[in-house]
Design a protein around this ligand. Sequence first.
Ligand code: GAR
Length: 225
Amino acid sequence: MPTKQALSIVVLISGSGSNLQAIIDAIESQQLNAEIKAVISNQPEAYGLIRASKAGIKTHTLNHRDYNDRESFDQALIKLIDQHQPDYVVLAGFMRILTENFVTHYQYRMLNIHPSLLPEFRGLNTHQRAIDAGRSEHGVSIHFVTNELDSGPMVIQAMVKVETSDTAETLADKVHQQEHIIYPMVIQWLAEQRLKFINEHLVFDQQSLRKPLIWDNAHLMNPNS
Ligand code: GAR
């Protein structure tokens, strides 16, 4: 039987790349039918570049400090990504604010993972901010990217409990564990075309996703059905 063609992706990182690793592992264990065409980092020392090389994936460093402004960096990034002609661009801890032109270029084709239950705690230091705000629940969101920071059509959120003993570090660990499950899962939905845009509407299993899917205690819930 012919195997379905793998989804091609380019992954953008700035740091450790543990989400990248989860995607690599899911591909290697055949839970994810995707091919990482390239990993691109804006930080030359990002550990994720080593993870990619170890997995035999092509890497590029595009240092934003070598560019005069955001627009010229993003234009160079577009050029580099498009050499690989990916189906989707996957932001996995890519810590850059993106220009409108960049986001428009990858409209409906770019995913981001953000460590909070959006719309709460956009931006940085989300774990400490959740603790400081006295939240009993925190988590992670995966969404398509629009021109507003850490926003755009939401696919899924995973919850974690915040204990009184939690620090930003322990909370980050719990959130990371969820991230590593749900990011490969969502990319596989794209590969299977279970998740797609139809007439600018995000659809999952033929149903409009007005509210994000929920991953709670290893169960998938769809509040839209
Ligand atoms: C992840 O927790 C991801 O949610 C976050 O960066 C971390 C990267 O970790 N992304 C953002 O904050 C985007 N606004 P990793 O490099 O180990 O995958």
